[in-house]
Design a binder for this molecule. Structure first.
Ligand code: ANZ
Ligand code: ZN
Length: 812
């Protein structure tokens, strides 16, 4: 008889589905628990081990919570638009719509084979018009509130994907998707004004139950910096410009000014004689990534503009340079250089023989700035650190030449893409009316099917006459549609809201419904989303809250990340290395439970690790063993084996392990320590095996132990345990049973083992009642025959009793 494997899996999966076992009760939300795993891209044809490692352990936790009485909502869906799906389609020569829908079908089947209790009736697929209609609606709402806008800006361009990328999608200067070096292009693009929420995104981050590392990455990405803006005037000219500085107290030490090559000021301030040199330098800069440019150790380069500026505090004339270590995208794109107190300025000044004036005494030595006393100007002498800053800002602000300023590293979110496979942006351009948002009742703007979508740098939709040409919703005249599509991160910034009301055709979601189901109680997915998806979703929640749709501030109260499953060689799995593990092969051999158990036992959830075939074989053996002991004990119980009234030692021992396991698993699962959960179940199996070999057993007690055993294993091996439960009890379903509670009394040991030493050498060990007092312990020690022999002819000087562990008899 098969005890685990696809036959058992399928049998129970069908029954679970037919009986609606996972039904989420929307009318009884007191004990609701929204458990969410990041939905997947249907970009490859199949689920990989990484998907399983995200979904299976979390499903086990959700099952446990269901048994603890929670009304669990665990939806699943597909992040179906975007580059991954489109690139897959191009690679396979299929249309993205066809390949995506086909992949989704396969992946749904695989996800079902996992036996996870997903609420499939809540499924969302972001590339379906009934979903992206509302993504477009969201765009219109943001536009209405001034949170979506269009501007020309230097943007990140991936020459291989042929599209712009958001800052978040540029990793170490390369494209997040294909690894190609990213360049800059001046383009008119759509942005979401996430910076309006920078402060709140920062403040509300701290109290969240999220991994500290993720919080700190997001905090750094938002990058709040408190400083000042100082206005400089160009010499012999009307041009003025601001610099951003966190060290306005070093203003007397400024010996030159540096502009970012891309700053519009650069062209304005470069005099004719230097134009060629500056232009050459600007071209050179285009090839450098922002990461490289920020490196402290890299050799500094730059060129002179031929212009000078006036330092507003002392009227000194200082040269204006252009250098790539100043970024156009931060602060004002212009810097006051203080080579005496700033390392980069120091390197630059040394290389180009620019003056260095030390203005602060008593701080750290060069090249780092200190916060010592100011020594540079009679007016400010003897002031230190913050006092000097205050005094200087006070003086400057009277002439409107300086002010406090808070700066953020975070930029507005660039959301338009020059690719085909995304939600069309619901905007129309009319010669008469300008930018016109598409009226809500005309949504969705459907993505046309017949389009030449191979990327060539232009938006593919521009090639579709039918799509482009339209009438202006405002004046009825001829108009053209926006041809860019939305970044797929826009789709995923609100999917967790749609799950809770996915069939609504009147609105994106009914606030009355979803405000009760959300926020998400536990969100689990990869750590790579720290500065993208997780930030965007938080922004979207806050924006929708401010529009009156949501009554909560944060979408994800508690967040966990799973680690990475590596190939057997310890390397990241990749087709080119030939070290990928396909879950399907193992599922058909061992069934879902053995696979799930192995993932949970063989790896630390947060750390992940290398795959091992031996590990999964061992897990299959364990399940065999568990089944044998269950069947042996069940037979004994059914035969009505001899019973007795007294509780003997063997019974006590098993009872201890039983309650120890219940307690441990309840606690460890809460911490997502699934490997120790399985280890405890293994201990319980050993204890059962030991007890089952006793001559006299207590069938009533044994039945209780088996019940608990199956219950606490059930979340981890759901199909196997449902089967065993039906054999043992004839009941359905184990997941409607109550999770057992441990009995603290069972964890108090009656007896403890004690060691008896004579002059530090162990002479005997034996058990004593756990509550024995010191004198009785001493007496018991002196009674022991081996101890008696050791004490012969000696004088006892002292007896030391360490409760519950040790007696040391000191003799002469
Ligand atoms: C003068 C100065 C003296 C500075 C000193 C620092 C130390 P954070 O803390 O990251 O906000 N800066 C300003 N804009 C820049 C840009 N677009 N590209 C590169 N560097 C820029 O850093 C603020 C400091 O970074 C500013 O303060 C400015 O240099 C530089 F002893 O001004 B400081
Ligand atoms: Zn018009």
């Amino acid at each position: 008889m098969e005890i685990y494997g696809t036959k058992i899996d399928k049998k129970w999966q069908k029954i679970w589905e037919d009986t609606d076992l996972y039904k989420f009760d929307k009318d009884n939300l007191k004990e609701k628990l929204y458990v969410l795993e990041m939905f997947s891209y249907p970009s490859g044809a199949k689920l990989h081990a990484g998907h399983w490692f995200n979904y299976a352990p979390v499903d086990s936790w959700a099952r446990l919570k269901k048994m603890q009485g929670y009304n669990v909502f665990q939806p699943m869906g597909f992040d179906a638009f975007g580059l991954p799906a489109e690139n897959y389609a191009i690679k396979t020569g299929l249309h993205p719509k066809d390949s995506t829908l086909k992949n989704i079908e396969t992946m749904e089947k695989q996800l079902k084979a996992m036996g996870a209790m997903f609420n499939w009736d809540a499924e969302v697929v972001t590339c379906n018009p009934d979903y992206y209609k509302w993504t477009q609606w969201l765009f219109l709402k943001l536009y209405e509130k001034g949170l979506a806008y269009r501007k020309k800006a230097p943007v990140n361009w991936c020459p291989s994907c042929n599209t712009v990328l958001a800052n978040e999608q540029v990793i170490d200067g390369t494209c997040e998707r294909c690894g190609t070096e990213v360049t800059k292009k001046d383009l008119t693009q759509w942005f979401f004004k996430i910076t309006d929420y920078a402060d709140e995104l920062l403040e509300k981050l701290e109290p969240l139950d999220w991994p500290e590392k993720t919080k700190s990455m997001q905090k750094h990405w938002i990058g709040k910096s408190k400083g000042a803006e100082v206005t400089f005037k160009a010499y012999d000219s009307d041009i003025t410009f601001d610099v951003f500085t966190t060290r306005v107290d070093t203003l007397f030490g400024v010996t030159y000014v540096v502009l970012a090559p891309e700053s519009p000021l650069t062209d304005k301030l470069t005099i004719d004689e230097y134009k060629t040199a500056v232009e050459t330098y600007k071209q050179h800069t285009k090839k450098q990534s922002e990461i490289e440019r920020q490196s402290l150790t890299r050799e500094k380069t730059g060129v002179f503009t031929g212009s000078y500026a006036i330092n507003p505090v002392n009227g000194k004339k200082i040269p204006i340079w252009v250098a790539d270590y100043v970024l156009a995208t931060y602060g004002t794109g212009a810097v006051m250089a203080v080579p005496s107190h700033d390392e980069r300025d120091f390197d630059f000044a040394t290389k180009y023989k620019l003056p260095i004036i030390r203005v602060i005494e008593g701080g750290e030595k060069l090249p780092y700035a200190g916060y010592g006393k100011l020594v540079s100007s009679e007016n400010f002498n003897d002031l230190s650190g913050n006092e000097a800053k205050e005094a200087i800002i006070n003086t400057l602000s009277k002439k409107d030449l300086g002010r406090w300023k808070v700066n953020y590293r975070l930029h507005d979110w660039l959301v338009s893409r020059q690719r085909y496979w995304g939600a069309p942006i619901p905007i129309v351009y009319c010669d008469t009316c300008g930018i016109v948002p598409v009226p809500e009742d005309q949504l969705p703007i459907e993505l046309p099917y017949d389009v030449e979508f191979t990327p060539d740098g232009k938006s593919p939709l521009a090639k579709s006459e039918d799509f482009v040409n339209t009438t202006c919703p405002h004046c009825g005249g001829k108009a053209k549609r926006e041809v860019d599509t939305l970044d797929t991160f826009v789709c995923s910034s609100w999917y967790y809201l749609r799950y809770a009301d996915n069939k609504n055709s009147e609105m994106a979601f009914d606030p009355n419904k979803i405000n009760k189901i959300l926020p998400v109680d536990k969100y689990v997915g990869g750590p790579e989303h720290a500065c993208m998806h997780l930030l965007y979703a938080r922004f979207m929640t806050k924006a929708l809250r401010d529009m009156g749709y949501l009554d909560f501030d944060e979408p994800f109260k508690s967040l966990r990340h799973q680690g990475l499953i590596l190939g057997p060689d310890g390397q990241k799995m990749s087709k080119s290395k030939g070290n990928t593990i396909s879950p399907d092969d193992y599922i058909s051999k061992y069934g879902a439970d053995v696979f799930r158990l192995y993932l949970m036992f063989g790896f630390d959830f947060v750390e992940g690790g290398a795959w091992s075939d031996d590990g999964i074989k061992a897990m299959a053996k364990f399940v065999d063993r568990a089944q044998r002991i269950l069947s042996k004990c069940t037979d004994y119980i059914n035969l009505g084996g001899k019973s007795k009234n007294t509780i003997d030692k063997a019974e006590k021992e098993l009872n201890y392990v039983r309650h120890f396991s219940i307690k441990g698993i309840s606690e460890d699962a809460e911490k997502f320590q699934f490997n120790t959960c399985i280890a405890r179940i293994m201990e319980f199996t050993n204890a059962l095996t030991k007890y089952s070999s006793c001559q006299v057993k207590n069938p009533v007690f044994l039945k209780e132990c088996l019940d608990d055993f199956i219950k606490i294993l059930a979340p981890f091996a759901p199909h196997f345990c449902e089967e065993q439960w039906s054999i043992l009890t004839n009941n359905f379903s184990i997941f409607n049973e109550k999770w057992p509670e441990f009995d603290p009394k069972a964890l108090v040991k009656d007896e403890v083992e004690i060691a008896i030493q004579v002059n530090g050498k162990i002479k005997a060990r034996f058990n004593i009642p756990a509550n024995l007092d010191d004198t009785s312990i001493e007496n018991a020690a002196l009674e022991d025959s081996s101890v008696k022999i050791a004490l012969e002819g000696k004088t006892i000087l002292k007896i030391i009793v360490i409760k519950g562990r040790l007696v040391n008899i000191v003799v002469k």
